[in-house]
Design a protein around this ligand. Sequence first.
Ligand code: TYM
Length: 329
Amino acid sequence: MEIVVSGIRPTGNLHLGNYFGAVKNFLRMQKEFNCYFFIADYHSLTTHPTPVNLHDNVRQVLAEYLASGLDPEAATIYVQSDLPEVAELTLLMNMNSYLGELERTTSFKDKARKHPDNVNAGLLTYPVLMASDIIIHQATKVPVGKDQEQNLEMTRKFASRFNRIYNTEYFTIPQSFNYGEALVKIPGLDGSGKMGKSEGNGIFLVDDEESIRKKVMKAVTDSGPTEPNSMMPEAIRNLFTLMEVVSTPDTVTYFTDKYNSCEIRYGDLKKQLAEDIIKFNAPIREKILAIRSDEAYLRKVVNMGKEKAHISASKTLREVREIIGFKPF
Ligand code: TYM
């Protein structure tokens, strides 16, 4: 059985782009593979959250992923810091990770450039912790978006290096994984690019009705087509792409026809889009709010995940210690 590991940073709320990207894939993977999904709270310490923020953020992402359909019976869902084995494995892996290669990582260079006052060692060794997250369960597959490919490459390098140094084939070398079909790329509302956490162009699953209406009504449009059947500019194409994922096919056809005959009124299109997003979000949003305040349920999920994750993590760590040469007296 393929073993899948994926980490979720506890920063920011889930938006529609995440939902139709990573989350959809997670929901499919949990049915097909032995999945470990964890909230990467150790990783988040590189930005120094306050104790209250740290806990609230973990609880929020956990509630959002559970509300979106991550199933604690099907997958192992846990909090990274509940698995101290991963911290010990990171310490061991750090001994064979080199300053030069860590400094050359794109995400490290980016962060160092953006926050020159906070170039901490945790940031530098982020790929080692990430590698440990993955190899501690002997993952065979890791689902990755584009920005994580280099980190996964580092994981493969560290795992192979360990195997070479100790003359073993102990660690499985994980492959990056994506379902073959192209995912719909969910655009932002600002006329270009994709929906993102930090771009300020996102619609979040927890957004209430009023803020969804406001955001959609503010979306960038133009003065409308003047020639029948003309090419759609990107901003308009984006609104249709959103409509394709949340509205009925009839609605999409109706507005496409209006566009093609130059009779489109963007105000009407946006009103319809906003209502359809609201309808799509409503059941998930209700679940998020319910789960977030259900202490007993959250505790149960997290404890169950911790127990399951501990089984494979402690086995790996015991074996790694043996391979390295730690012996009991
Ligand atoms: P982040 O927060 O950017 O993304 C969360 C997880 O979702 C994966 N992902 C996708 N998977 C499938 N299809 C997509 N379209 C898609 N888009 C994003 C990401 O690769 C990630 O797994 N550094 C990581 C967090 C992390 C991690 C790990 C990930 C820490 N340890 C171990 C994997 C394994 C990050 O910033 O992910």
